[in-house]
Design a protein around this ligand. Structure first.
Ligand code: NOJ
Length: 564
């Protein structure tokens, strides 16, 4: 490995790039991305100065929820390749100086996992049934679900089994799709299985895990009824009997010790939609996980006070437990930020945007704001995650026809305006003129790619050859390359942030003191913002702002420095 990834607390300032394997690169032409495809394309990520990649699930799975329904945690689904292909990917990534995080899905398995099929076969009262949350129904004949919980994807969170002779049987809990039964984490047997799953991948050499639904494993004793607020935010609180229950923490303390068996530098990153941030910070106490996605920042609306509060509260909350914030603006579950920021307001998380949505995102405004917020994020102290395609400026695909949709939440919601998450999962463009924009050798693609995406292709956004060319280069990819290079060279992720006041209500202004101190100013308002005199521009997401500059246009971020 190269020098930049040697230190044991590398994750405190890391830039980590999420690869969504289905949609990154397809080597065999079946329309689904795969591990050999990723390995072949990895060198093309080198210019992004990444510390690590995170791979969404590629494990054996019936793919009812795009692989978040795992049927075998210790094998690769043949659609994605083999364990040997994974080893090759890992070796290539390490050779290029990037660590590898994989996705662990411990809240639920697939209903085709052998633990679940064994539990169904073994019947009520069996040891096997204690691995999941089976319960008798309510009502005279058990015809009513055990409680009123709703699935995140829509409908009841309970499904009733039918015995082979046709008799109705017990119910099982599925917080997500019916094909994703929840495990019972009070079971020591379940805990032991997962310790071994962690060890299996750690022995193979993975550097860590993004932990799916890391706030959901412990359920409140007795599974009491619960009615969520009428307009629930996507960020959960401890009020919910299935989210953020205190019992989750002993699980992560246990995993922490498992990771330590393999050295001090392996990491766990929580996907935990938890607020307030002071509660989320409990996931990253010194003996638990290392990172937790900051969805409060992701969901902050386009307003200087809202974003400042999110940043301030995060730094304070994580600092209080000796951790750092982990910034993120896009992933495979949310509207791509280049579209989200072009909507006022954006629809709630998971709703998506499709042909019937009105008004549609303002693409130009969204991209401008996305570039501005990304540049703000990449200067912040802490770790940062990027989602494949955002470096190309990709918007959400808002034109997927219903007939092509795959997200189970689209099918469970039964609402014409609930499109789900497919729009951010469309295979990404590499070459403008190749079939499928180079995603697959023959143009096959599991979700249709928009006709208009040639302009976002990677080969249409060549890197400037000389630093001064950045002044005129408008490509989003160039913006990311340069910002990520400066972030790496100056170690902004390890810096100290100080707010600057006096720029008005529509501005965010702060310094980050690291190897070099920079002043970051973002104009979130609608009028130009006066800039301080005498500070040379380091970098801007509006390339034509190449100096001298008195005013900052709306929806723009700049990095400035004190004169040398
Ligand atoms: C969060 C994942 O990111 C999402 O894609 C998935 O549907 C749910 N967890 C259930 O595993």
């Amino acid at each position: 490995m190269t020098d930049n990834v040697k230190t044991s607390d590398w994750w405190r300032s890391a830039t980590i790039y999420q690869i969504y394997p289905r949609s990154f690169a397809d080597s065999n032409g079946d329309g689904l991305g795969d591990l050999p495809g990723i390995t072949q394309r990895l060198p093309e990520l080198e210019s992004l100065f990444l510390d690590a990649i995170w791979l969404s699930p590629f494990f054996t799975s019936p793919q009812k929820d795009a692989g978040y329904d795992v049927a075998d945690y210790c094998d690769v689904d043949p659609r994605f390749g083999t364990l040997g292909d994974f080893d090759d990917l890992l070796a290539e990534s390490h050779r290029l100086g990037m660590r590898v995080l994989i996705d662990l899905v411990p809240n639920h398995t697939s209903d085709q996992h052998e633990w679940f099929t064994a539990a169904v076969a073994a019947g009520p009262g069996s040891e096997e049934r204690t691995h999941y949350l089976f319960r008798d129904g309510k009502g005279a004949t058990g015809e009513l679900p055990p409680n009123n919980w709703l699935s995140v994807f829509g409908g009841s969170a309970w499904e009733r089994l039918t015995a082979p002779d046709g008799t109705p049987e017990q119910w099982y809990l599925h917080i997500f799709d019916v094909s994703q039964p929840d495990l019972d984490w009070t079971s020591e047997w379940v805990r032991e299985q997962f310790r071994e799953i962690l060890r299996f991948w750690l022995r193979r050499g993975v550097d860590g895990f993004r932990v799916d639904v890391a706030h959901g494993l412990a359920k409140k004793e007795g599974l009491p009824d619960f009615t969520p607020p009428a307009d629930p935010s996507s960020v959960a609180t401890v009020e919910y009997p299935y989210w953020a229950q205190p019992g989750v923490h002993e699980i992560y303390r246990d995993w922490h010790t498992v990771l330590q068996e393999f050295g001090p530098d392996r990491v766990l990153c929580a996907e935990a939609w938890v607020e307030p941030l002071s509660d989320l910070a409990n996931w990253v106490r010194p003996d638990e996980m290392q990172q937790a996605f900051n969805f409060t920042f992701l969901e902050a609306k386009w307003s200087a006070p809202a974003i400042r509060t999110a940043i301030e509260t995060s730094i304070e909350a994580f600092d209080a437990v000796g951790a750092v914030a982990t910034w993120v603006l896009s992933n495979h579950d949310v509207l791509r930020h280049a579209s989200r920021l072009g909507m006022n307001p954006p629809p709630p998380q998971g709703t998506g945007v499709g042909p019937r949505t009105e008004p549609k995102p303002d693409e130009a405004l969204g991209l401008r704001r996305a570039r501005a917020e990304t540049l703000m994020m990449l200067a912040l102290p802490g770790g940062a995650y990027l989602y494949q395609g955002e470096e190309l400026g990709l918007p959400e695909d808002t034109e997927i026809p219903d007939s092509a949709r795959q997200d189970p939440s689209f099918f469970r919601q039964h609402s014409p305006l609930h499109y789900g998450r497919d729009g951010c999962r469309v295979p990404i463009p590499w070459e403008a003129d190749a079939p499928g924009y180079g995603f697959s050798p023959n143009g096959a693609s599991w979700l249709p790619q928009p006709k208009s995406w040639a302009r976002f292709a990677r080969d249409q956004q060549p890197a400037p050859q000389e630093a001064h060319e950045y002044a005129t280069n408008t490509h989003t990819l160039s913006l990311y390359r340069r910002a990520l290079e400066l972030r790496r060279i100056n170690q902004f992720g390890l810096g100290t942030l100080t707010w600057l006041d006096g720029y008005g209500d529509d501005a965010l202004a702060f310094t980050v003191e690291a190897i070099r101190t920079i002043t970051v100013i973002s104009n979130l308002g609608t009028k130009p913002l006066r800039l301080p005199a005498g500070k040379p521009l380091v970098f801007s997401e509006r390339p034509w702002l190449d100096r001298p500059l008195d005013e900052l246009p709306p929806n723009t971020t700049i990095w400035m420095t004190d004169a040398d």
